[in-house]
Design a protein around this ligand. Structure first.
Ligand code: DGL
Length: 269
C-alpha cells in the first residue's frame, strides 16, 4: 500500500531529467525526490531498445528499493523505449509516469498549433511516438520531426547559451520543414537548457513546449488523484549518478540554486 510520505523517484540518462526534477520540486515543495542520472550510459539517444529497457529496469529496482511511491521517467528516449516494459515490471509497486503523454495532451489541446516541429534524440524521433500519439488525438495536426543527435551531449558537456551552441541549434533548425511551424516540441529533457536559443532562432514568434511545468502539474494531478500528495514537510532530496562527472555537478547546482550533493552509486559494478 503506497503512502504520501514516500519519495518520488525521477530518472534520466544524465542532467536532462534535472529540468523536470526542478519543476517538480518547485510545484510540490513538500515532496522528497530521489533522482538517478545514469551518467555511465549517457547518451541514451543512440542506444538500442533492449539496452534502454535493461537500464530502465535496473534503475526502477533501485528507486523501488528507495521506497518511491511514483517513478517518473524524466527522459523522452526511455519513455519511448521502456515505458510499457516498466509498467509490466513495476505493476502496483509504484505509480509510473512518462514525459511523453502529458506533453502530447497539452499540445493536442492547444488549437493555435496547426504545424508543429519536434526535435529529440535519434531514439525518440525514430520511434515516431509523438506523431502517432498526436495524430490519434488531433488528426489534422501537421507534425514534422528531426533527430538532433548532437544536442544532448552538447548540453551535457556544458555547451548552452553560447555561440557554439547557438550555431549548432541554428544549423538544425534550418531544416526546411521547420520554417513555417507554429510550435516546437522539445522532446528531450535536456533541451529546456537551450529553450531561449530556440526561441531566439524564431524571434519568439512560435510556441515552444518543454517537459518542465507540463510534467510537474501532471505529477501533481496524478498524486492528488491517488491521495498521495505529501502535506507534511519539505524533505531532503537525493541525487545519485552512476558515474560521477564534474560537469554534472556544476550544472546540477546551477539548476537547483542550492548546494546539491551528488552521490555516486555504482549501479553497474
Ligand atoms: N534527456 C533524454 C531525453 O529526454 C536523453 C538524452 C540522451 O541521453 O540521449 O531523451
Amino acid at each position: 500500500m503506497l503512502n504520501a510520505q514516500q519519495p518520488i523517484g525521477i530518472f534520466d540518462s544524465g542532467i536532462g531529467g534535472l529540468t523536470v526534477a526542478n519543476a517538480v520540486s518547485k510545484a510540490l515543495p513538500n515532496e522528497e525526490i530521489i533522482y538517478f542520472g545514469d551518467t555511465a550510459h549517457l547518451p541514451y539517444g543512440d542506444k538500442s531498445l533492449e539496452a534502454i529497457q535493461g537500464y530502465s529496469i535496473k534503475i526502477a529496482d533501485f528507486l523501488l528499493q528507495k521506497n518511491c511511491k511514483l517513478i517518473l521517467i524524466a527522459c523522452n528516449t526511455a519513455s519511448a523505449a521502456a515505458y510499457e516494459t516498466l509498467k509490466n515490471y513495476i505493476g502496483d509497486k509504484a505509480l509510473l509516469m512518462n514525459v511523453i503523454d502529458p506533453m502530447v495532451e497539452a499540445i493536442a489541446n492547444d488549437t493555435s498549433i496547426k504545424k508543429l516541429g519536434i526535435i529529440g534524440t535519434k531514439g525518440t524521433i525514430s520511434s515516431g511516438i509523438y506523431e502517432k500519439k498526436l495524430k490519434a488525438l488531433r488528426p489534422t495536426l501537421e507534425p514534422s520531426s528531426l533527430a538532433t543527435a548532437l544536442l544532448a551531449s552538447m548540453i551535457e558537456a556544458g555547451f548552452y547559451n553560447n555561440s557554439v551552441s547557438q550555431a549548432i541549434i541554428n544549423s538544425y533548425l534550418a531544416y526546411p520543414d521547420f520554417q513555417d511551424v507554429d510550435g516546437m516540441v522539445l522532446a528531450c529533457t535536456h533541451y529546456p537548457l537551450i529553450r531561449k536559443e530556440i526561441e531566439f532562432f524564431y524571434h519568439n514568434r512560435i510556441k515552444v513546449f518543454d517537459s518542465t511545468d507540463i510534467i510537474a502539474s501532471s505529477v501533481q494531478k496524478v498524486l492528488a488523484e491517488n491521495n498521495l500528495l505529501n502535506h507534511l514537510k519539505n524533505q531532503k532530496h537525493h541525487f545519485y549518478v552512476s558515474d560521477f562527472t564534474p560537469a554534472f555537478e556544476t550544472t546540477a547546482r546551477i539548476f537547483f540554486h542550492e548546494e546539491i550533493v551528488l552521490e555516486h552509486f555504482p549501479l553497474w559494478d
